[in-house]
Design a protein around this ligand. Structure first.
Ligand code: SAH
Ligand code: DHB
Ligand code: MG
Length: 222
């Protein structure tokens, strides 16, 4: 099996289940035009995030790692009219592109982008007692995933669903001596998640247009 085949099957899936979407297409085009890296979730993965948040009845969503706001818009679409989403990003250029995308998508009043290091913004959210969030999507720097898990738990309640992207890393996550700090971040995150008594969790391997990787899913149970 190859990348070519995974991409062809993703195209097949998206043709069936993710119809052409002017708002998301323009968001990606604006991100590309501004030179942002094309590391957003795939369309069918974005829709999965929407479905998960929707089935969870999420009214208050937290995202760590905005980029151009592609996954953010999918998640915001799961919200009721009075629902809110906070997304964290530390690159001013990414934030600027994302904010324009949120305005065009009609979510200017529901999405709050906080510019700054995610660890600082997370501490701020705790200090503000902004929590609890119903749904948390972790997708920023992989080295900090272990720390983001700690913050995510502080910002959770029983019933919060935590999803993390990029936790399999082309399968490199099974290599204990791998020297890539992102792989080590994912390994530490997965170990902490597995050992965490407050969650019921699993990982899912994913293949598709964005390569071979995986999602972590954790339900906060106490
Ligand atoms: N969730 C997006 C993709 C996010 S890519 C999507 O699927 O559409 C990861 C983003 O995290 C990048 O924009 C990067 O600038 C941001 N990031 C990396 N390290 C960060 C940090 N320490 N604090 C805040 N944002 C960070
Ligand atoms: C990469 C992919 C991602 O999904 C992400 O969140 C960050 C980086 C990458 O391929 O480098
Ligand atoms: Mg990702």
């Amino acid at each position: 099996m190859s990348q070519e085949k995974w991409t062809a099957v993703d195209n097949y899936i998206n043709d069936l289940f993710v119809p052409a979407d002017p708002v998301l297409d323009v968001a990606l085009a604006a991100s590309r035009a501004a030179g942002l890296p094309e590391i957003n979730v795939a369309p069918n993965q974005g829709k999965l995030l929407q479905l998960l948040a929707q089935s969870h009845g999420a009214q208050n969503i937290l995202e760590i790692g905005t980029l151009g706001g592609y996954s953010t818009i999918w998640l915001a679409r799961a919200l009721p009219a009075d629902g809110k989403l906070v997304t964290l990003e530390f690159e001013p250029k990414h934030a600027e592109v994302a904010r324009a995308n949120f305005v065009r998508a009609g979510f200017a009043n529901q999405i709050e982008l906080r510019l700054g290091k995610a660890s600082d913004s997370l501490a701020q959210l705790v200090a503000e007692k902004r929590a609890p969030f119903d749904f948390i999507f972790i997708d920023a720097d992989k080295e900090s995933y272990p720390e983001y898990l700690v913050w995510a738990l502080k910002l959770s309640r029983r019933g919060t669903l935590i999803i993390a992207d990029n936790v399999v890393r082309k399968g490199e996550v099974i290599e204990a001596d791998n020297e890539d700090s992102r792989v080590q971040g994912a390994r530490r995150f997965n170990e902490l998640l597995a050992a965490e008594p407050r969650v019921n969790a699993t990982l899912l391997q994913t293949v598709g247009s964005k390569g071979y990787d995986g999602f972590a899913m954790a339900l906060v149970v106490e």
